[in-house]
Design a protein around this ligand. Structure first.
Ligand code: UD1
Ligand code: CA
Length: 466
């Protein structure tokens, strides 16, 4: 039986605490809106929460509340305002009135974005229906975390926050990961007993542990196998550390799917990425999903691919940017090509340096190899677009389309003033400004005839105009 279908799990309510300002970020953005892999921290926690399929998700908000509510307007959650930030225990108290006694409450912090669902499932299983459970870890750097104080036999006694810890307590290696699970009914009671008697004058959620133990409720601890999972993001250094960890994870995932990464430390994967076999990614590639890379795709250094699909054996050379595009098989793109939204490249297309394609269909085997802009256009198969060609698609008010038939050849430096059609097999002479349709199979020229001026003299320095 899958743990998700477990009836006990359906009685789970998740509360995400996200009201803090995040003073240590030194930013005008609320902390949980700081981005990790392009997504606000809170977005990562929400995605994790949804994976557990709880009965309800509550978000306790305060600082920058309007921004949060707007950003996550589509997500089915219950919003609870914590008007004054009096601590994590106080934050949870604000949500409790709308949580029934029969629920188990899983508290997550909006600034702990790297937890994995499997870890939380293990914690939920450990707590059962009646006990309390929390996640711990032994990170290399314990600064800022609450420490787990245990007795001589190793049984948990309480959690002490860093600001309240003695020197000896600060040396404790095991810290609070910021995940707490407790049955709603006693939790409500313990929250009512919290006192803000500590260095920060706050109601600490962490004091629940000692209260539960005093009430003879078992408090289980689960130590995260990988301490990176519990990384709390309070400042920009921790944000960068989380980003690096996220990058490592995604790189490992890709390699386990057979992708060759020239340097796993220099790749950024955001969102969903699917791959075929024998895909190779060179350094500094950024993939913003959904991205699909088919069999044998090779992506050169410094390429950014967003929301796009790349066909088998296609090669992107260095420094290409591809967004919202579909690219066929056996294409050669770049270096320095930009493929903008709503572009579709058929198989065997070649796009070269300083070429920009926007909202265009490029037919099979067509080539745009140098310094060109092709926008709002449809190119047939085997078209050759000469260097420096521009589809003049914009008249200052409206955009117009350019259609180019199969096997057409567009001379270098041509301006195709849309709306305009170039027939199949047509040839356009270099340097033409084409303002009317060009017939199939013929040579069309639209440029001044070359003249040579006899008896003309170059101006000489120092002479005055008459
Ligand atoms: C907290 C824990 C600490 C743990 C660490 C894990 C407490 C008292 N301490 O410390 O034991 O090791 O997280 O990362 O819980 N928040 C509110 N309202 C408030 C205060 C905080 O919603 O009044 C939210 C914040 O937005 C944040 C989360 O609660 O998302 C944690 O608060 P933070 O101030 O970052 O706690 P830490 O000092 O990191
Ligand atoms: Ca924190």
């Amino acid at each position: 039986m899958s743990p998700r279908k477990d009836s006990k799990v359906s009685a789970l309510t998740i509360v995400i605490l996200a009201a803090g300002r995040g003073t240590r970020m030194r930013s005008t953005l609320p902390k949980v809106m700081q981005r990790l892999a392009g997504v606000p921290l809170l977005g990562h926690v929400l995605e994790l929460a949804a994976q557990l399929e709880p009965a309800a998700i509550h978000i306790v908000y305060g600082h920058g509340g309007e921004m949060l509510r707007q950003h996550f307007a589509q997500v089915p959650v219950q919003w609870t305002l914590q008007a004054e930030q009096l601590g994590t225990g106080h934050a949870l108290m604000q949500a409790m009135p709308s949580i029934a006694d029969d629920q188990r409450v899983l508290v997550l912090y909006g600034d702990v974005p790297l937890l994995r669902a499997q870890t939380l499932r293990a914690l939920i299983a450990l707590a059962g229906a009646r006990d309390v459970a929390l996640l711990s870890a032994t990170p290399a750097n314990t600064t800022g975390y609450g420490r787990l104080v245990r007795d001589a036999r190793g049984a948990l006694k309480r959690i002490v926050e860093e600001g309240d810890a003695t020197v000896r307590e600060r040396a404790i290696a095991e810290v609070n990961g910021g995940v707490l699970l407790a049955p709603a009914k006693p939790l409500r009671k313990w929250l009512g007993q919290l006192q803000p008697r500590n260095a920060q004058g706050e109601y600490y959620l962490t004091d629940i542990c000692a209260l539960a133990l005093r009430a003879k409720t078992a408090v289980h601890t689960l130590k995260a196998e990988d301490p990176a999972e519990i990384l709390g993001v309070n400042d920009k250094q921790q944000l960068a550390a989380a980003e690096a960890e996220y990058r490592r994870r995604r790189a490992r995932e890709l390699m386990s799917q057979g992708v060759t990464l020239i340097d796993p430390a220099r790749i950024d994967v955001r969102g969903e990425v699917t791959v075929g076999h024998d895909v190779l990614l060179d350094v500094n590639v950024v993939l913003e999903g959904p991205v699909h890379l088919a069999d044998g795709v090779r992506v050169g250094p410094n390429c950014v691919l967003a929301n796009s699909s790349i066909g088998p054996a296609t090669v992107l050379h260095a420094n290409c940017v591809v967004q919202d595009a579909t690219i066929g098989r056996d294409c050669q793109i770049g270096p320095f090509t930009r493929v903008r939204p709503q572009s579709q490249l058929a198989d065997g297309v070649h796009l070269g340096n300083f070429v920009e394609i926007k909202n265009s269909l490029i037919g099979e085997g067509s080539k745009v190899n140098h310094l060109s802009y092709v926008g709002d256009a449809q190119l047939g198969s085997r078209v050759n677009v000469g260097a420096g060609t521009i589809t003049c698609n914009y008249d200052g008010a409206n955009k117009w389309r350019t259609e180019i038939g199969h096997d057409a050849s567009i001379g270098s430096g041509s301006m195709l003033v849309a709306p305009v059609k170039i027939g199949d097999g047509a040839t356009i002479g270099a340097g033409s400004a084409i303002t009317a349709d060009a017939p199939a199979g013929k040579l069309t020229l639209a440029r001044a005839r070359q003249v040579t001026i006899e008896n003309w003299q170059r101006p000489v320095k120092g002479t005055r105009k008459p």
